[in-house]
Design a protein around this ligand. Structure first.
Ligand code: IMP
Length: 430
């Protein structure tokens, strides 16, 4: 099994979990490399639904080592709850490892996320409110609390002593909010640290050695390429690196160890939060896709913005991720539409381009140029072989492949594990 990075090729929520779940069955290790509990995967196995926010979904396969690596920001309250939930569903988490270097989301990060968004007013980013940005900001400022600190009460208290005056001053004097009780935080977070201590270790060698062996490592991305801090639609992005390159930064594994990069995309596009979305449909078709695709956030429950597939976005994503293969999902959702559309280029102030503009902050003056294809009316959710999909549906997949310039290695026709149709010889390891 090749070492494979699974990345979101759009704005997140592409159902990467399902593809990771499939690969995990053949892998020795699954590693989360970035983001935090702003992400959410739902995996459905034989009618049972498992929700993941931080734990790699490879945990459903006994024997697979699952790692939360250095680049992730961990909310210990959420992680402990997730571990309890999995235990209640009979899932063993004995194979979980958490990097001691991973940064911890503290109560003040969540508070700042909320207050900073409110202060931005109409230019708010629409964050998930989970404290992700403020935690990464502290990491970059070298004042973050790491898992090393969380699991050792004396170190935790020292780390908190370093920041408490600054944090409370900003809360009270800048935002006019109430100060936080740091003694309370120290006690409750030390208790969470004690619960997580058995899983915490140095993961650089663990992952590095697995990647150098033939065990097969899956690097599980969170969010999507267009939410990348550098290459995404800044400032409407997350604060980490969802890109394939983020797998190297967030784990310490060098790029020469990566064999395949699988980009997961929906057969349409969705986005949550604010920011440009050229192919957005604010009409009945958009609602049709939202309802059929259950396009409501796993993490926040927010309705997702929906629109046609955008191959300008996907070509860009293929380039910045070095995609070797695409996993095209949610084909079943498009059933029942007379025609389907694919954006092939943009017209910006009269000029046509097939590339992403450098500064995609505003949509003013931008219109997508579409190609229209016949839709399909058949319910495809029970189809198990690519050849058995309706001709119009197969033609659509082939056109995506041509326009993006990357082979489609799998299509999915529903949320279930068995609803992933893998194309042998194209999908990594298949
Ligand atoms: P943050 O990551 O909570 O700071 O949010 C920043 C932006 O990224 C917002 O537009 C969020 O809606 C978006 N975002 C963060 N995580 C996800 C995700 O897992 N799926 C989709 N959008 C996300």
């Amino acid at each position: 099994m090749p070492n494979t990075v699974v990345v979101g090729a759009q704005w997140g929520d592409e159902a990467k979990g399902k593809v990771v779940d499939y690969l995990a069955e053949r892998a020795g290790m699954v590693v989360r490399y970035g983001g935090g509990n702003n992400a959410g995967h739902t995996v459905t196995v034989e009618g049972a639904t498992y929700k993941f926010h931080l734990v790699p979904c490879g945990i459903l396969h006994g024997g697979v080592v699952c790692v939360i690596a250095d680049g992730v920001v961990v909310d210990p309250e959420v992680l402990v709850q997730e571990l309890h939930g999995l235990a209640a569903q009979g899932v063993s988490v004995a194979n979980l490892r958490i990097s001691a270097n991973a940064h911890v989301i503290m109560p003040y990060h969540k508070e700042f996320d909320r207050l900073e968004e409110a202060a931005k007013g109409s230019s708010a980013i629409g964050t998930t409110g989970r404290g992700i940005g403020p935690a990464y900001a502290d990491k970059a400022s070298r004042i973050g609390v790491r898992m090393h600190d969380l699991v050792d009460e004396a170190r935790l208290r020292k780390a908190l002593d370093r920041v408490k005056e600054q944090k409370n001053a900003i809360l009270t004097r800048v935002h006019g909010a109430a100060a936080l009780d740091f003694e309370d935080i120290a006690q409750s977070y030390a208790a969470l640290g004690a619960e997580l201590r058995p899983y915490v270790c140095s993961t650089a060698y663990l992952v590095g050695e697995a990647a150098a062996s033939d065990a097969g490592v899956v690097f599980e991305g969170a969010q999507g390429a267009l939410l990348d801090l550098d290459m995404g639609t800044y400032p409407f992005v997350t604060s980490s690196h969802p890109l394939a390159g983020g797998a190297c930064l967030g784990t310490g594994v060098g790029p020469t160890r990566i064999d395949a990069v699988l980009g997961v995309a929906k057969s349409y596009t969705t986005r949550v939060g604010a920011g440009i979305f050229p192919t957005e449909l604010e009409d009945e078709t958009g609602s049709y896709i939202r309802e059929r695709g259950h396009e409501y956030g796993t993490t926040t429950g927010r309705p997702r913005r929906c629109g046609w597939i955008d191959t300008v976005v996907l070509r860009y994503s293929a380039m910045v991720n070095g995609l070797t293969c695409l996993a095209l999902g949610h084909l079943d959702v498009l059933s029942g539409l007379d025609t389907v559309r694919l954006a092939t280029a943009y017209r910006i102030d009269g000029e046509v381009t097939d590339k992403m503009p450098v500064d995609l902050v505003s949509q003013v003056g931008l219109t997508p140029i579409y190609e229209e294809m016949p839709g399909w009316s058949e319910d495809v959710s029970g189809v198990t072989r690519f050849e058995d999909l309706p001709e119009a549906c197969r033609a659509y997949v082939r056109r995506v492949e041509e326009l993006v310039g990357v082979p489609v290695g799998s299509v999915s026709v529903g949320p279930g594990r068995e609803q992933l149709i893998v194309r042998t010889g194209v999908f990594p390891g298949a």
